[in-house]
Write a protein that binds this ligand. Structure first.
Ligand SMILES: Nc1ncnc2c1ncn2[C@@H]1O[C@H](COP(=O)(O)OP(=O)(O)OP(=O)(O)O)[C@@H](O)[C@H]1O
Ligand SMILES: [Mg+2]
Length: 313
């Protein structure tokens, strides 16, 4: 029998999503296929471990939101399945909460009421021993909005609105947090502050996070594991384990103290994404967690770059 801790938090088994109208078959050239994690030859399932911060990195329009929507249960897959804790995902549920690309607060509710709304939808006694208001405020403090409880969304900046969305997602204590380019619409300065906030949240709330972005730098700052997708259909071709493990050296320290290696890794990820855009038929490469100790050095990263990706030119 499989022990519970061996079961991945999420398993994506040969998922496909075809946007053609029901009953119509896939276009022969695959042009209406948005997600195809199967590839052409039954690629093994994507397994996401509990507590891991996984980034899905891919160019704009490649099918990232479509993939998240299937995991959230908002769209049924055309083929394949999503398993959570080994159980089939059949629809949306409070165990998987999504932070969307666009701002989604209720305009007629204050910041605090927006967060309380999520808690009131389905409480399941998660806030036992603590009043709902207390828990909502705790989450709003965590995202630095403790002094804006009574403001309305129209009085908030874009960054503040996304922080409300993050607090609203976290207050439900989700098993899986799905984040769809939550900082995509923010200017670069605020974006960096939001990434630091995510790192801080990650140290406090140890939930499993699936974070979608098209920005390699964001992927390298946040992810424990980074998957890179081909340009439509979304096929996760590369799995890269971050050479700086957050539990050994936190990301902010790694970025400052080992900036050469850190930037080298960022460049490697950018190069791989670019390479995939230009060579969609490149072979799949899934790095295992224990393959990575060598890669903690600049030399390792350089050697990987020239040997594995074919990025030589
Ligand atoms: N509801 C829909 N009906 C038909 N086609 C859709 C639908 N939603 C998305 N698509 C198509 O599927 C493809 C992938 O879209 P998706 O939104 O998943 O990409 P994305 O990677 O999230 O893009 P972005 O980075 O711009 O957010 C696009 O070509 C899009 O036109
Ligand atoms: Mg999207």
């Amino acid at each position: 029998m499989t022990a519970t801790h061996d079961i991945p938090k999420l398993e994506l088994v040969n998922l496909r999503l075809n946007y053609s109208p029901r009953g119509k078959s896939e276009a022969r050239d695959g042009s209406n296929l948005a997600v195809n994690l199967d590839g052409d030859n039954s690629a093994p399932p994507i397994r996401i471990s509990r507590g891991e911060f996984t980034v899905l990195l891919g160019p704009s329009g490649c099918g990232k939101s479509s993939l998240l929507r299937m995991i959230a249960g908002l769209v049924p897959p055309t083929a394949g399945k999503v398993l959570k804790d080994g159980e089939l995902v059949r629809g949306p549920g409070n165990d998987r909460v999504m932070v969307f690309q666009t701002y989604t607060s209720f305009p007629w509710l204050t910041v605090e009421q927006n967060v309380l709304f999520a808690l009131n939808l389905e409480d399941k006694g998660k806030s036992e021993g603590q009043s709902k208001k207390g828990r909502a405020r705790q989450m709003l403090e965590l995202v630095d909005l403790g002094d804006s409880l009574n403001k309305y969304p129209r009085e908030l900046s874009g960054g503040m609105k996304q922080r409300v969305a993050i607090a609203r997602a976290l207050v439900c204590d989700p098993d899986v947090l799905l984040m769809d380019e939550p900082f995509g619409a923010l200017d670069p300065h605020i974006r960096v502050r939001m990434q630091d906030l995510m790192l801080r949240i990650g140290r406090t709330v140890r939930t499993t996070v699936l974070f979608v972005t098209h920005d390699a730098r964001e992927a390298v700052i946040l992810g424990d594991v980074i998957y890179i997708s081909t340009l439509r259909p979304c096929f996760l071709k590369y799995r890269i384990v971050h050479p700086f493990n957050k539990s050994a050296t936190d990301r902010e320290t790694a970025r400052d103290r080992y900036s050469g290696d850190f930037l080298g890794f960022q460049r490697e990820v950018e190069d791989r994404m670019q390479y995939l855009i230009e060579h969609p038929d490149a072979p799949r490469s899934m790095e295992k967690d224990d393959d990575t100790s060598f890669r903690r050095s600049t030399l390792g990263i350089l050697e990987q770059l020239s040997d594995n990706t074919g990025v030589r030119e």
